[in-house]
Design a protein around this ligand. Structure first.
Ligand SMILES: NC(=O)c1ccc[n+]([C@@H]2O[C@H](COP(=O)([O-])OP(=O)(O)OC[C@H]3O[C@@H](n4cnc5c(N)ncnc54)[C@H](OP(=O)(O)O)[C@@H]3O)[C@@H](O)[C@H]2O)c1
Length: 295
């Protein structure tokens, strides 16, 4: 039987409706959630990400302000802006679009954001809170994965989750989140990477396989157990002469053959991708609720 498709666009839409209701309740109490997005330089993909983040924020009713800084902006100027936004009560979330120009120390900038406004979840305090299981902001892509599992009715508790990839933005946080002793977690987690010996033997043990590798169609059917749930985080551009643009986007999973064997699978595009921006709004609204004493 072909796998059930876990539709990230539909689940994201459902969660956006819930977020919109929360925003309505906050506004009724005189609070408008506020997000500040900082972009340094003119990197076209970053400009496009920031534009869509702002657009979605506006659409849903979040007050969103974009700070476009020249590529020549000094680290001190950027830190001063972050400090100002940290103190601004109208702002509940601060996001600095990465990567930053080479002269600016990314770690210093991320650490300057108040952990109480760290809606991207990259501050070391947020990452530490994931490890200890304390409340705090979870990075948007891993949080999106956890919500996809929850909203698709996938049983995580007691499952063997295999995560392929150990990046700070996806692999490590999702592994830590799913191993926590809490709701929508409580899994047995194995983390694999480029030095893992006999990767297919491990991925075949997964009830839930999460691929965050960055290699097009790397996970093939022989690496997947019959009936497993497969979450494909990868976004890769591959040449395709049949397409107008000359390329198409594929995930880290060879979709057709894996979908014939898995129990459930996320497509690319339309799986994890749409969840990421939604989780940014979710974190911003949670932050506003917290600031308003509603959480
Ligand atoms: N949907 C979204 O919103 C979203 C968000 C973020 C990322 N992504 C996508 O997700 C993918 C992963 O992103 P990332 O930032 O986590 O990537 P990354 O920082 O490049 O990490 C890739 C991980 O994959 C591992 N790996 C590479 N080759 C491998 C192999 N042959 N066998 C086993 N493991 C291997 C690496 O192992 P080592 O650590 O040993 O090098 C590393 O841990 C990318 O395609 C990215 O575009 C999507």
């Amino acid at each position: 039987m072909p796998a059930k498709i876990i539709d990230g666009t539909a689940i994201s839409g459902e969660i956006r409706q819930e977020i919109a209701r929360d925003i309505g309740a906050l506004k009724a109490k005189g609070v408008t959630p506020g997000l500040a997005v900082i972009l340094v330089g003119e990197d076209p993909p970053s400009q496009s990400y920031v534009r869509s983040k702002n657009k979605v924020a506006h659409e849903i009713g979040v007050h969103s302000e974009q700070h476009d800084l020249a590529a020549t902006t000094s680290e001190a100027e950027l830190l001063a802006l972050i400090e100002r936004l940290n103190r601004d009560p109208r702002i509940h979330g601060i996001l600095v679009q990465l990567p930053l120009p080479g002269a600016i120390d990314e770690r210093k900038v991320i650490t300057a954001i108040s952990p109480e406004k760290d809606v991207d979840g990259f501050h070391p305090v947020s990452l530490g809170r994931i490890m200890t299981g304390e409340p705090g902001f979870r990075p948007c892509t891993p949080l999106g994965i956890q919500k996809l599992l929850e909203y698709s009715g996938t049983k995580v508790e007691g499952s063997h989750v295999v995560v392929v990839g150990r990046s700070n933005i996806v692999g490590k946080p999702i592994a830590n989140m799913l191993m926590q002793k809490e709701k929508n977690a409580d899994a047995t987690v194995t983390v694999c990477h480029s030095r893992t010996r006999d990767l297919p033997a491990i991925t075949r043990q997964a009830d839930i396989l999460i691929a965050a590798i960055g290699r097009p169609e790397f996970v093939t059917a022989d690496m997947v157990r019959e009936g497993a749930t497969v979450i494909d985080v990868g976004i890769n551009r591959v040449e395709d002469a049949t397409k107008k643009k000359g390329y198409r986007m594929v995930g880290d999973v060879k979709f057709d053959e894996v979908a014939a064997k898995a129990g459930a699978i996320t497509p690319v595009p339309g799986g994890v991708g749409p969840m990421t921006i939604t989780m940014l709004l979710y974190n911003t609204v949670e932050s506003a609720k917290h600031a308003a004493g509603l959480r």
